[in-house]
Design a protein around this ligand. Structure first.
Ligand SMILES: C[S@@+](CC[C@H](N)C(=O)[O-])C[C@H]1O[C@@H](n2cnc3c(N)ncnc32)[C@H](O)[C@@H]1O
Length: 437
């Protein structure tokens, strides 16, 4: 990595550590934010098992001002967070932030990602958020992270989306042409950008496609869009090529529920038939690429990946009845909090439907309403994981007779209702299965 390029990036983040979030801010009840920083969902998708985060080692690679390190510590109870960043100012802020919130075991080092092997550690989870796309060689950076990942470990990384961000790259080329990115851009360069953008006619492409009032409210935000040194854009095929080269396997997009190709069409019936047949043959990579070509809506290609090797639990087939007695049901650890339980009890008492999406919507993207008589079966999950049989038994106790015939409820029918509910909830990661042979 060229020293000059690294130095410029270091100076930029020493001048404006990112993100500029006040030290006291701690969204401990924002389950969507915590979900993105929790190891549980990607680990479950890769290994179909619920990880115990206590004692795990998490690397926050390019930790910035430590706001994400704080979220990592909060989302993964008992884990130790180690943050690294080339900006000493950012590292100092991270240290202060984690100490302020009582995470005494967190450690921070003012070193580059390329120096992480010198720590002599291997990590269960590596978070490299908003950083890869700044590295002069993102491929080398990802390969470096792979080298310090434990077998079975997970990496979260993200890249700027070339299609979504194309207008900013055009703006960066313009301001580069004017010399504003030759050195570390600071207040003077920010002012020049603000003046230029405001002086442009509103109908010019650059202004109409990039200008937002936030730049006047928070001038330093100009740095992360118009003047971001080292900023590079990527498409889905680049992301997959990078993973292959680094010896990593794609697990899923972090915001997976927002990448469904089908959601881009009015209704499935209106799809041209040739399209339906074509899409059925597409790989995961091709589907995601087709999505971004139609709708490059997200700034980030935000992904989880892992060292190759899925656990045998993936081959268990839940369509086979014989698998169900071996399933233990867990509530997603983020949902196992008193306020979620209290809300569920209140819905049951008032005979109102219940929706986990009121607390955690990032994994589903839609509301998943449950009738209160079904939701009530899940209450023991706040105490401990349950067998499917125990949940079905509770359903029979709560709903002893068939609503139409008033005959005693058939246990097999209750079991089928509960299985269907659990499959839906598992799809959105509200519950997780542990399956033994
Ligand atoms: C946009 S900030 C992201 C901070 C944080 N991860 C977040 O998402 O809030 C990028 C950070 O990466 C750091 N960085 C850039 N190149 C780096 C490198 N080679 N090694 C370590 N940190 C680096 C910068 O100093 C900066 O703090």
């Amino acid at each position: 990595m060229s020293l000059d390029a690294l130095d410029k990036i270091r100076q930029q983040f020493d001048f404006a550590p990112f993100p500029a979030v006040p030290l006291e801010e701690f969204p401990r009840d924002d389950l969507n934010l915590l979900y993105m920083h929790s190891l549980v969902a990607p680990y479950y998708q890769q290994h179909r098992a619920v990880p115990d985060t206590a004692g795990q080692l998490i690397l926050d690679a390019g930790c910035g001002s430590g706001y994400k390190s704080l979220l990592l510590a909060a989302a993964n109870p008992g884990a130790t967070v180690i943050g690294v960043d080339i900006s000493a100012e950012s590292v100092e802020l991270s240290r202060q932030r984690l100490r302020y919130h009582g995470f005494e075991t967190a450690e921070f080092h003012a070193i580059g990602i390329e120096e992480v092997p010198s720590l002599g550690l291997e990590f269960d989870y590596i978070n490299c958020d908003e950083t890869l796309y700044l590295l002069p060689d993102p491929q080398a950076g990802l390969t470096m992270l792979q080298a310090v990942l434990k077998p079975g470990g997970i990496v979260r990384g993200n890249l700027h989306n070339r299609y979504q961000r194309r207008n900013y790259y055009q703006a960066q080329a313009l301001f580069g042409l004017l010399g504003l990115m030759d050195d570390n851009p600071q207040d003077m360069e920010i002012d020049l950008v603000l003046e230029t953008m405001q002086a442009l006619k509103p109908e010019t492409f650059l202004r109409s496609l990039t200008w937002q009032s936030i730049y006047l409210e928070k001038p330093k935000s100009v740095l992360v869009d118009y003047l971001l040194l080292g900023d590079k854009g990527f498409a889905v095929p680049d992301m997959f090529a990078m993973l292959r080269e680094a010896g990593l396997e794609f697990v899923s997009m972090v915001n997976a529920c927002q990448w469904h190709l089908e959601d881009l069409f009015h209704t499935p019936q209106q799809l041209p038939e040739v399209w339906t047949r074509y899409v059925a043959r597409l790989s995961v990579e091709q589907r995601l690429h087709a999505y971004e070509l139609i709708n490059p809506a997200y700034r980030l290609l935000d992904f989880w990946c892992a060292k190759p090797g899925r656990s045998p639990a993936h081959s268990f087939n839940l369509r086979q009845e014989k698998t169900w007695p071996n399933v233990t049901v867990h509530l997603h650890p983020l949902l196992r909090r008193p306020q979620v339980k209290a809300a569920l009890i209140a819905c049951c008492e008032q005979r109102q439907p219940f929706d986990f999406g009121d607390f955690l919507s990032y994994s589903s993207g839609r509301s998943v309403l449950m009738l209160s008589e079904l939701a009530a079966c899940l209450l023991p999950l706040w105490e401990a994981p349950q067998s499917v049989g125990a949940i079905a038994q509770r359903y029979c106790t709560l709903n002893p007779v068939h609503p139409q015939t008033l005959e005693p409820i058939d246990p097999a029918a209750a079991q089928a209702i509960v299985q269907q509910l659990l499959l839906t909830l598992e799809q959105y990661m509200y519950v997780l299965f542990d399956i033994t042979e």
